[in-house]
Write a protein that binds this ligand. Structure first.
Ligand code: 5GP
Length: 122
């Protein structure tokens, strides 16, 4: 899938639309989800043009991958959800119900999140 420079997170990165930023590093940006599913719901995105974990894991530089991984951990600590626990999740493609075609890791916390996913028909 080709990267769409007009996706909503690309526009946030370009400063064309606002976000509620919680953290920024050289290669990553984290901001609150506009429609939070849990008391803490932050999205962490790489600044580079990556659709999902598929192209990011295959083509991002080691520096970008390290920065992004550290940014996710930073966000959890900044949101004070480490001790009680949290969940990270990244959707990919149609079966994963990915809505925004720019890699983002959801960081959920602030309440008991229950089991990971609902059982679905195989
Ligand atoms: P996905 O289904 O692609 O994993 O999740 C996309 C997420 O992006 C959703 O949780 C949605 O609420 C969030 N989102 C969509 N548009 C915006 C926006 O303009 N700003 C922010 N902060 N979050 C958004």
């Amino acid at each position: 899938m080709a990267y769409d420079d007009n996706n909503i997170f690309a526009k946030i990165l370009k400063g064309e639309i606002p976000c509620d930023k919680v953290h920024e590093t050289e290669h990553s940006l984290a901001f609150r989800d506009i429609n939070p599913q849990t008391p803490v719901h932050v999205l962490v995105i790489p600044k580079g043009r990556y659709v999902s974990m598929d192209d990011f894991s295959a083509t991002a530089s080691d520096a970008e991958i390290a920065d992004f991984t550290r940014a996710v951990g930073d966000v959890a600590r900044m949101m004070d959800i480490v001790d009680n626990g949290y969940r990270i999740l990244a959707n990919h493609g149609e079966d994963g119900h990915q809505e925004v075609p720019h890699l983002h890791i959801h960081v959920f916390g602030g309440k008991n999140l229950g089991r990971m996913i609902k059982p679905v028909d195989k």
